[in-house]
Design a binder for this molecule. Structure first.
Ligand code: NAD
Length: 388
């Protein structure tokens, strides 16, 4: 098993993230080891789709490990990551009489991981929380780092808390049932992390995509070498995210160095705006990030001396992730207007994460970027429909 430990600076909190094909089989022992010795009850937070695929066996393993298991299913989709679902989750927690020595286990993608984590953060002022992510995005990004939240009428992820999981279990076999668009979305996030992480993480991601294009990934699921590559790739991304989080758990507002947690927002200013102007219907979050990172890379050419060869390599690798929904009809002005809704905006200003080189991010204040540069970058990127 590939194991990544995350120890948070200045906090007495340390947890481990295991990555291995077939790891769901040991969900019972894993939960036993991660939860307090006196834990008796666990609540599996999931949705109907994920439960029908993986929930039964996980429930059985947890029971065999001596837990009384309760299952709470939320609606499937971003629109259910809201106060109404949160309230229902908390009421369910209360009805089961779960306590701070028991645990909540999120089984599914980032939507329910974020909601379950927030519910765990505020129920009885915080109860132990474990994550079993089953989407690529949740494996490499949302399950690690302790950001939890719900969406509100005034913006996405606006109400939340930092609540670190006690452990994360990643079984890449669960990706076998994920649809092609979700894989593309997850790989866009992987390219994002590689581009701001290091040249080697970027190259490792690019090499994987060259050998195993997401559209054909399922063909390889029984191949030992593929499994090893995928486990190594997931572990490398988790390690990178863990390092960034360990050094800047709460995304300090006053940091602007290349290891600030803010660098993980590469591509997100445009991504959030694209999601907003299309009513959160057209793009998966990761797909919008695909456009967002291409726009930020284009701006980097003018503002951060990102050279043309690197830009071409970068765009080629984004395209390896698969086809993104068309964006050529989207009004550029409305995208720019929507930047103000980005929650990363502070006061009149907004940070852009740009690239000096692949693996070397730079945080730039939007007032240092001419509006015309942003407009022409968006024109170029959105008017070009991605085809591999
Ligand atoms: N907390 C963080 O640090 C962080 C970071 C990035 C994103 N996020 C959040 O993550 C969310 C997006 O997460 P997501 O992309 O995982 O979306 P998601 O949770 O909506 O999952 C995508 C779809 O895949 C289905 N699914 C999940 N696992 C499956 C499997 N193994 N096989 C088949 N179908 C499966 C889900 O039911 C859903 O329909 C957003 O709300 C975003 O804000 C949080």
């Amino acid at each position: 098993m590939k194991k990544v430990n995350i120890a948070l600076e200045g906090a007495a909190h340390e947890y481990s993230i295991g990555v291995e094909f077939g790891l769901l089989e040991s969900a019972g022992e894993w939960a036993r080891a991660a939860l307090p010795a006196e834990a008796r009850k666990v609540i599996l937070v999931t949705n109907a789709k994920v439960f029908s695929l993986y929930g039964g066996p996980v429930e059985t393993k947890l029971s065999k490990a001596g837990f009384e298991v309760f299952v709470w299913k939320m609606g499937d989709g971003e629109r259910f990551k809201n106060f109404s679902s949160l309230e229902k989750a908390l009421s369910f927690f209360g009805e089961t009489r779960i306590t701070r020595s028991d645990g909540i286990i999120a089984l599914g993608g980032g939507v329910l991981g974020d909601l379950a984590g927030f519910a765990a953060a505020i129920y009885q002022r915080g109860i132990p929380f474990l994550q079993i992510p089953t989407t690529l995005l949740a494996m490499i990004d949302s399950s690690v780092g302790g950001k939890t939240a719900v969406n509100t009428a005034f913006g996405k992820n606006m109400i939340g808390a930092f609540h670190q999981p006690s452990a994360v279990l990643i079984d890449p076999a669960t990706l076998n049932t994920l649809d092609r668009r979700e894989l593309t979305a997850g790989f866009c996030e992987a390219v994002k992390q590689g581009a701001v992480g290091s040249r080697s993480l970027f190259e490792q991601t690019a090499d994987f995509l060259r050998i195993y294009p997401p559209a054909k990934i399922l063909r390889h699921s029984a191949d030992e070498r593929f499994r090893d590559h995928l486990e190594n790739l997931l572990a490398a991304h988790v390690r990178f995210k863990a390092e960034i989080v360990a050094g800047d758990e709460r995304e300090s507002t006053n940091r602007s160095d290349g290891r600030s947690r803010k660098i993980l927002n590469f591509g997100h200013t445009t991504a959030h705006a694209l999601e907003k102007v299309t009513g959160y219907k057209r793009f998966k979050h990761g797909e919008a990030v695909g456009y967002g990172i291409m726009a930020a890379a284009e701006i980097s050419k003018t503002v951060a001396n990102f050279v043309q060869d690197e830009l071409k390599l970068f765009n080629d690798v984004v395209r390896l992730t698969g086809v993104l929904p068309a964006a050529d009809d989207i009004d550029i002005k409305s995208v720019i207007d929507a930047f103000v809704f980005d929650k990363k905006a502070s006061g009149a200003s907004l940070n852009w994460i740009l690239l000096e080189r692949i693996g070397t991010p730079k945080i730039v204040d939007s007032s240092d970027i001419p509006k015309s540069t942003i407009e022409s970058a968006l024109q170029k990127v959105l008017r070009h429909t991605s085809t591999p």
